[in-house]
Each structure stands twice: as structure tokens, then as C-alpha cells.
Ligand binder design. Structure first.
Ligand SMILES: [Zn+2]
Length: 197
């Protein structure tokens, strides 16, 4: 089969370097991105087979990136990674096929990627009807003092800011200001507890 294409997204350069070197050794074609927005730019340039994304990144987090990918590009396999969760199961609410605990042996990550890239496309679960919410960080306050968030549209992949209304703990609805597509989203707080690598 043709060489599988991977996209590693992490805001920490040493992690990107180490993981891409490890996976490159196994013969994969590896690209990297430093946050969710640059990952989407890479995806638009060429679709990867597997995306490996850190959950906690400034700008667009992995929560949001993976949610956008799941809805817009359901054929792409996704692996969430984090140092804030442990074990091998996908944290609740994260739209990923697998989870890799940061700092684990890279051979573990290779086994996940290998299992995915050797699967037939037909083996994919039907995700077209699953409406995963978009996860977005609470960004702060606009000049009028209203809390707002940045939302990325799953249809046109453009972003816009939205003043928060209603109970932030529930699923929210908005229409894209660019293409008017209806969007469901949920708020996730950025975590700052990650230990230094
Ligand atoms: Zn749109």
C-alpha cells in the first residue's frame, strides 16, 4: 500500500521533533503543525491518513481540532494525546479513535498508527450522523466586557468570535457568520497544569 501520511500537531517543538523522527523511522510520511489552525491549513493542503493531536494547545486546542476533523473529515483516523490524562482510553467528550499518553514509549504510538493504517476504509464506523460538539476554549472578554469564544465552522473552516449566551455548561448553537451553517458547540476550559516536558 502507499505510504501512510501522518500529521502530528503539538505546540511543543521537542515533542513534534521526537515523534516525527520516531514515526519517520517506521517509513511514514510525517508532517507537523504547531496548533489547530495550522493543522487545518495542512489538512486543506493534503489530507493525512492519521492525525495525532495534543489536546492542550494555545489558539485552537486539540479538543476543537479533533471535533472539526471528525465532523468535516470523518475518514481521517484520529489519535488524541495529552500529559493531563493517563491510560489508553479516549477522554470523555474527545472526538478521537485512540488516545496516547504523552511520555509513553513511542512504540505504543506506532502500534496505534499501524493498526489504523492497515485497516480497510470500510471498517470505519459510520460517523456521518454523529454530531460531535465543537470544543472551544473560553477566550476572554470583548471590549464591551462580554465573554466570548472563537468558533471554527466545520463547513467552511473559517473562524469567527461569538459572545457567550446561555448556560456555558450546555451545548450551544450558532450560525456561521461566513456561510450560515448551523454549528453546535460546547465550552472547554484550557488547562494550564501540564508539567514541563
Ligand atoms: Zn462557515
Amino acid at each position: 500500500m502507499p505510504q501512510a501520511k501522518l500529521l502530528i500537531t503539538d505546540d511543543e517543538a521537542p515533542v513534534r521533533t521526537a515523534l516525527s523522527a520516531a514515526l519517520d523511522e517506521f517509513g511514514y510520511e510525517v508532517r507537523t503543525a504547531d496548533h489547530g489552525f495550522s493543522a487545518l491549513a495542512e489538512i486543506r493542503r493534503e489530507l493525512p491518513d492519521v492525525i495525532i493531536a495534543d489536546l492542550h494547545m494555545p489558539g485552537m486546542s486539540g479538543f476543537e481540532l479533533l471535533s472539526v476533523v471528525r465532523r468535516r473529515f470523518p475518514a481521517i483516523w484520529t489519535i488524541a494525546m495529552s500529559g493531563s490524562f493517563s491510560g489508553d482510553s479516549v477522554p470523555p467528550g474527545v472526538a478521537a479513535d485512540a488516545f496516547y499518553e504523552k511520555g509513553s514509549h513511542s512504540g505504543l504510538l506506532f502500534r496505534l498508527v499501524k493498526a489504523m493504517t492497515q485497516s480497510e476504509r470500510a471498517a470505519h464506523p459510520d460517523r456521518s450522523t454523529a454530531l460531535a460538539p465543537i470544543w472551544i476554549p473560553r477566550n476572554g472578554h470583548d471590549p464591551a466586557g462580554e465573554p466570548y469564544v472563537m468558533i471554527t465552522c466545520t463547513e467552511c473552516l473559517r473562524s469567527f468570535s461569538q459572545v457567550l449566551g446561555g448556560d456555558p455548561a450546555t451545548i450551544q448553537h450558532a450560525d456561521c457568520v461566513h456561510c450560515s451553517s448551523p454549528i453546535q458547540y460546547a465550552i472547554v476550559q484550557q488547562q494550564h497544569c501540564r508539567a514541563a516536558a
